[in-house]
Design a protein. Structure first.
Length: 103
């Protein structure tokens, strides 16, 4: 897992043709806004979170975020433990996000 600053995350994402943005917040949090083109899987689903991760393409690069960066860090650790090589955590999370937001 790599922790990326907001700027590093945006720069790396912009130049990554194999990228998937993963939002691990709750549905209620997502309703308040999200990074465009992100896929939401709530980390609080427990085993179902892992089951959903298992359906994803492990050859992709995953840019993971939550509200503050804590849950997404945990999600990256889980992803690494089940065979994802490239999971990047957004430091500071969505509350510090200055990029585009969808609603």
């Amino acid at each position: 897992m790599a922790d990326l600053s907001q700027q590093e995350w945006q720069d790396q994402l912009k130049n990554d043709s194999n990228a998937v943005i993963l939002d691990v917040r709750t549905p209620e949090e997502v309703e308040e806004g999200f990074i465009p083109n992100s896929k939401n899987i709530d980390i609080y689903l427990g085993q179902d979170f892992i089951n959903e991760l298992e359906k994803l393409d492990k050859s992709k690069n995953y840019y993971v975020y939550c509200r503050s960066g804590n849950r997404s860090g945990q999600a990256c650790t889980i992803m690494n433990s089940i065979g994802f090589d490239n999971a990047y955590n957004l430091e500071g999370g969505f509350m510090n996000w200055e990029g585009e937001v969808a609603e």
